[in-house]
Design a protein. Structure first.
Length: 122
């Protein structure tokens, strides 16, 4: 069964995709005194959204976080980012993280993943 499409192009022209529930993108996020293992809500070459079931210290706006990203079927890799926005729906918090340091081969992996997800929903 195919998940309904939530893949979009943002106002900057960057494709942003939601991982399939059956093939999540795992994110290990490390902030000030915090380590959480979560799944990405969405991902693009510029950053990712992470749905957090509870607010946690170390993910305040404009704070740097270290990330270990595991795309489906691909070896995990490191990235660094800045928490740029946060929103809450009363239950969960959605954190938007902008990549600030990511190795070019790893960025290429994200680009290929995004392109493949966009292609499956078109």
């Amino acid at each position: 069964m195919r998940q309904s499409s939530a893949n979009t192009r943002d106002s900057r022209g960057i494709d942003r995709v939601r991982p399939l529930v059956s093939a999540p993108v795992e994110i290990q996020i490390m902030g000030a005194g915090t380590l959480e293992v979560l799944t990405a809500h969405d991902i693009s070459v510029s950053g990712l959204g992470i749905m957090v079931p509870h607010r946690f210290l170390g993910c305040e706006l404009d704070h740097e976080v270290k990330l270990i990203i595991t795309l489906p079927g691909i070896r995990p890799f490191w990235a660094t980012g800045i928490v740029r926005h946060s929103s809450a729906d009363g239950v969960d918090d959605l954190f938007g993280v902008e990549f600030t340091k990511i190795e070019p081969p790893d960025l290429a992996r994200i680009m290929r993943y995004v392109e493949a997800r966009m292609a499956t929903d078109s």
